[in-house]
Design a binder for this molecule. Structure first.
Ligand code: ZN
Ligand code: ZN
Length: 222
């Protein structure tokens, strides 16, 4: 704004220039000469004033242009700064996201570590439990075999079951064996007869269906 104000002042000064007036003498001739001199002076002053005014106008014009240029420059700079600001904001957002991502990674690694440690503990517990079960089973089997040998088939030594292939079946002679062993004892040609391995007596089963033989519940529940 400064150039505009300065130019305006110059213009105002040019407009108020007043020629120096001297009072003419009584003498007509000299008065005429004086008037002519004054007229010349006035004309010179007018020319000077006009020149000054013109210069002032030029200055003002220049100042306006300068102002316009400054405004445009400022606008451009402002736009550039806004662009830079937007870029910085985008970069900041990207960095924030990256930090968040790294933090998540760290948390995930931590969680993974905890899970791994827990898995290891669980695995150790499972191993110990299996060992204990194995010991218990061995002990039970030992006790079982010693105390109740009638609970297993004399031929295959498998434990009798309530139903199925290892169910205890009573032969006509009174001896008990599991269904599988009785099946395997069927004669090659006479599929309807079985010889008891204990007392060598023959047993005849009408159609060869051994599942019709009665189950020895005593062997199961004693
Ligand atoms: Zn058997
Ligand atoms: Zn028998």
């Amino acid at each position: 704004m400064a150039p505009k104000r300065k130019s305006a002042r110059i213009a105002a000064a040019a407009l108020v220039v007043v020629p120096k007036v001297t009072i003419p003498k009584a003498n007509d001739k000299s008065a005429t000469a004086e008037i002519a001199k004054l007229k010349k002076q006035l004309a010179r002053n007018k020319t000077e004033s006009t020149t000054k005014l013109h210069r002032a106008q030029c200055d003002l014009e220049y100042a306006r242009d300068e102002l316009q240029r400054n405004k445009m420059q400022h606008k451009l700079e402002s736009e550039k700064k806004n662009e830079e600001l937007a870029t910085l904001k985008t970069e900041k957002q990207a960095l924030t996201n990256e930090i968040k991502h790294f933090k998540n990674c760290k948390d995930t690694r931590k969680a993974y570590g905890i899970v791994q440690a827990e898995c290891k503990k669980a695995e150790q517990s499972r191993k110990r439990m299996l060992e204990a079960q194995s010991l218990l089973r061995a002990e039970q089997e030992k006790k079982f075999k010693e105390a109740k040998p009638w609970r297993q088939c004399e031929i295959c030594t498998e434990e009798f079951t309530e139903t199925g292939a290892r169910s205890p079946r009573i032969m006509s002679c009174g001896h008990t064996f599991c269904l599988t062993c009785l099946e395997s004892m069927k004669e090659t040609y006479f599929r309807t007869q079985i010889r008891c391995p204990t007392d060598r007596k023959y047993m005849y089963c009408k159609d060869g269906d051994l599942t019709k033989l009665p189950i020895n519940y005593l062997a199961l529940h004693m």
